[in-house]
Design a protein around this ligand. Sequence first.
Ligand SMILES: [Zn+2]
Ligand SMILES: [Zn+2]
Length: 359
Amino acid sequence: MRAAICYEAGSPLRVEELAIDEPGLGEVRVRIAACAICHSDIAYIKGLWGPIVPTVFGHEAAGVVEAVGAGTVDLTVGDPVLVTLIRSCGSCRSCGRGLPVLCDGGFRLNGESPLRHPDGRPVAQGLRTGGFAEQVTVHASQVVGLPAEMSLETASVVACAVLTGYGSVVHTAAVEPGSAVAVIGCGGVGLNAVQAARLGGADPVIAVDVAEPKLRAAERFGATRCVNSMGPDPVAAIRAMTGGAGVDYAVVTVGATAAVDLAFAITGAGGGVVLVGMPATGALAAFDPGTIANLNQRVLGSKMGTVRLERDVPAILELYRAGRWKLDELITGRYPLDAINEAIAAAQAPDSLRTLIVN
Ligand SMILES: [Zn+2]
Ligand SMILES: [Zn+2]
């Protein structure tokens, strides 16, 4: 099968023929129909999170089950599925606490990539998926069945951006109706945090970004107010929108420490700062612990929106089916695998939301 390999940080990916394992115990192989490009893929490709060994990235995918390994009971060849990076065992301490995103169970694929060059040289499976490819072999816990009528291209964006944005608001923060919510960063994750906040009855829902096209998109996804953080005094502007009190939740979806600083500056008494985006390894943010204590604030980390696939994917798809959740509107470009470098460039344009690789 063909896959796009990253050999060196910052260099173009190369589409080459790779061998892929047959699915082993509890695993499944999926023929990929669409894989969206996430900013996490781009951060890895740029080397922000560490050195690169030859790796296939891509982790926001949907496709059709092509082979099932022994012990994979819930899936059948031909099933349409969402493919995510959330690999969970169901029996470790984190899984037992309802936190499969933190699973530390043992899996063959944790130590052994299913990908290699035809001559045997290893290629890493990036983000536990390797979705910029024609096929993936993943653990069965990483996939969720989709309704037969669902477009696989539309579904693909759910796997990371939608789940993370939705979960950060619904589960990590558990935003109450009437809360004032600011979402800092209005890319794929941020727009879905905006959608979730609005649907959950937050008011105002304040979209914050440096790019005007992203703010216009946020309005379409339910933001009631918009603030360009490159403007003269974004803190004063956001505080003015909440009668001076500050927001109840500031959801930071970008991996920039300036966005974290802004979140602390706009969060009011009793409020929570929700950290979703991950800055480059080693980047630090400063905060005033006295203020946080005195204002009874919370700082909440949100890995993949604290989601549980079997609960949250059906919930989101039902909202979509009922016309209450936008998915198609997130897709702003489609490219074949051979054009992956053009697709990655397009994904970084200010007016792009989600760019898909389609097979
Ligand atoms: Zn992602
Ligand atoms: Zn586990």
